[in-house]
Design a protein around this ligand. Structure first.
Ligand code: XIL
Length: 594
């Protein structure tokens, strides 16, 4: 990780020079898009949405390639002030923390916009809109003061014909003046942030670009603190490349403003084909070249870098493939086109395989499944997943470092290995082998498996509602009167007496018995279990009991915290549940106890 750079800050009065460590100047990993841009005095950024931050394959690329990040949604009005005066900054804070951890700058997006605006703003009496807007700016820009490189202060003020978007609640209440008010409020709240106007379809010459140009000129003439103009540049292969983009950006720069490409993507009507791809590559290249051709064009930001999180398919149904990387984080030809435009040449193909996973363990989970776990492998471009092999044959894959192998036979020894994969498809050597032997089927009923789903809307309310299904994958009928199931949970304080209920069972609740049993000593994720047994009956080979809907509450109806319960799974449809256990004559035949 590069050290935070020192930036010279000139103080007007006294002409003193201070060396202050400011927000780090950029990720600039050697060879990255941002490093190539930095060599030309620019930054290369990306939009990042909340989902990406939780996806390690995503964050690897986001941290490596980009020097600036824009929250795709997390700082919008509906995210930060959903109700008047009720601010929530957590989503934006997460993005700011990510950026700081990786030496990246943040483009704040966006303070005043007609879209993703909670209804309460438009419902205000006109006389109150200015106050609400200025308060919003003071609170939001104030919260992130000193942490935001650039704010999109006003987003999308114009209609496509260059008239003001008069339907915006801000325009409706204040007319054009709302823009000047917003910029002044933003400057007051965060004096160091660069303040931008931002819009789409303004990148090429035309009525809308002219309207933006006249607005920027007026604001400058009025002494409004406007630092730059952002051009979104959401392009589509079927609509042509904006006419005269570089000259258009240049005339804004000539007003004494910075300019930036803020939301670049190039979508196409699906399916992808070679001709559309060639157009896409060309548009990406020309957009970057237009920026580089203007000295004051200080950055290019793409509106997310992977098709996995691109906004295009939901905003433009039938269109897609708009980003530089595909959904598996493989760089597309457009990525190379951008590199070339930045003077970087094509990427050498990634031929280096990840390291072999180490520390593989296998634990039999009863008679028919086993759980595997290993340590993360490493790779120069990032590990994108793992393949699991059982007795030499690939049986599945995992995004993270664990896997549950199901459909095994009782009393059988198995051997597993795991290999790591990267985005280019390079596969590591196999891990060392791990072995485990499944439990005996027990009681003449080999192959009993419990499936589970959550029937509960809330994991923090006063009831636990597991749905269970007992499936016989063995070759012989199972005597249900000898079978018990255990759903393991913690009581979480409150009363230590419980009620258990059967709300519905395909076999009839009359055929099912349920009770809560306390453990003599607490175990990880459990101090009680819900035990289910059957009055009588036989479960034929291949058959299922069908759904059994269960429910547990404490007699004082205090709340549970289910997320940490051993048997809890976040799943609304049935799947094999190795942490809900099954027994024949009291002998474990399925699953792992806590
Ligand atoms: C988009 C986001 O990417 C989507 O997730 C969201 O549903 C809608 O907004 N112009 C902008 C961005 O200024 O804020 C928009 O972002 C894309 C168009």
């Amino acid at each position: 990780m590069p050290l935070p750079r020192l930036r010279l800050v000139a103080l007007a009065a006294g002409a003193a020079l201070l060396l202050t460590p400011l927000a780090p100047a950029g990720a600039a990993e050697p060879g990255s898009l941002d490093a190539l841009a930095a060599a030309q005095g620019r930054r290369f950024g990306t939009a990042v949405d909340d989902a990406g931050l939780a996806d390690p394959a995503y964050t690897t690329v986001a941290a490596r390639e980009f020097g600036r990040v824009t929250p795709a949604n997390a700082m919008k009005w509906d995210a930060v002030e959903p109700r008047q005066g009720a601010f929530s900054f957590a989503r934006g804070d997460a993005l700011v923390d990510f950026a700081r951890a990786h030496g990246q700058q943040v483009r704040g997006h966006t303070l005043v916009w007609h879209s993703q605006l909670p209804g309460w703003v438009a419902a205000l009496p006109a006389a109150q809109v200015r106050g609400a807007m200025e308060n919003h700016i003071a609170q939001v820009a104030g919260h992130w003061k000193g942490k935001i490189h650039t704010w999109d202060v006003v987003n999308e003020p114009f209609n496509d014909d260059g008239t003001f978007r008069t339907t915006s609640p801000f325009y409706a209440a204040m007319g054009e003046d709302y823009i000047a008010y917003a910029f002044r409020a933003a400057r007051a709240a965060d004096p160091d942030a660069k303040l931008y106007l931002n819009d789409y379809n303004t990148e090429g010459s035309g009525a809308k670009a002219d309207a933006m140009y006249r607005l920027a000129s007026r604001l400058k003439a009025q002494g409004v603190p406007l630092d730059g103009v952002g051009f979104q540049v959401h392009l589509a292969t079927q609509y042509g490349f904006p006419y005269g983009m570089q000259a258009n950006l240049q005339r804004f720069a000539d007003l004494g403003l910075d300019v930036a490409i803020t939301e670049l993507d190039v979508r196409m009507p699906l399916p992808v084909d070679a001709a559309k791809t060639a157009v896409q590559n060309d548009y990406y290249r020309r957009a970057v070249e237009a920026c580089l051709g203007v000295t004051r064009c200080e950055s290019v930001t793409v509106w997310d870098f992977t098709d996995k999180y691109s906004w295009v398919p939901s905003a433009f149904p039938g269109q897609g493939s708009a980003a530089l990387y595909d959904e598996q984080y493989r760089p597309k030809a457009a990525y190379d086109a951008v590199r070339q435009a930045l003077g970087g040449g094509t990427t050498p193909p990634d031929t280096r395989a990840p390291s072999a996973p180490v520390g593989l363990t296998a634990t039999a989970a009863g008679a028919t499944s086993a759980t595997l776990a290993w340590q993360a492998a490493t790779d120069d471009t990032g590990v994108t997943g793992y393949d699991v092999y059982r007795d030499g044959a690939r049986v599945g894959s995992a995004a993270a470092t664990s896997y549950t192998d199901t459909g095994l036979s009782p009393s059988t020894a198995y051997r597993w290995t795991v290999r790591a994969r990267d985005a280019a498809g390079n596969v590591s050597a196999a891990s060392a082998e791990a072995t485990a032997t499944t439990a005996p089927g027990g009681g003449g009923a080999p192959g009993l498996v419990v499936q589970h789903r959550v029937n509960d809307q809330s994991a923090t309310d006063n009831q636990i509602k597991p749905g269970l299904r007992l499936v016989n994958r063995g070759g012989a009928a199972a005597d249900l009167s000898r079978v018990t199931l255990r759903y393991w949970f913690t009581g979480d304080g409150g009363s230590s007496s419980f009620s258990a209920w059967c709300d519905y069972a395909a076999v009839g609740c009359g055929a099912v018995r349920e009770k809560v049993v306390a453990l003599p000593a607490g175990r990880p994720g459990a101090d009680h279990y819900l035990e289910v047994s059957f009055a009588s009956g036989s479960l034929a080979a291949g058959a299922s009991t069908g759904e059994i809907q269960l429910r547990v509450n404490k007699t004082d109806w205090s709340a549970f915290t289910e997320a940490d319960d051993h048997s809890y799974r976040v799943a609304s449809s049935y799947a094999d549940a190795p942490k809900v256990t099954a027994y024949v004559d009291g002998v474990l035949v399925h699953g792992i106890e806590p």
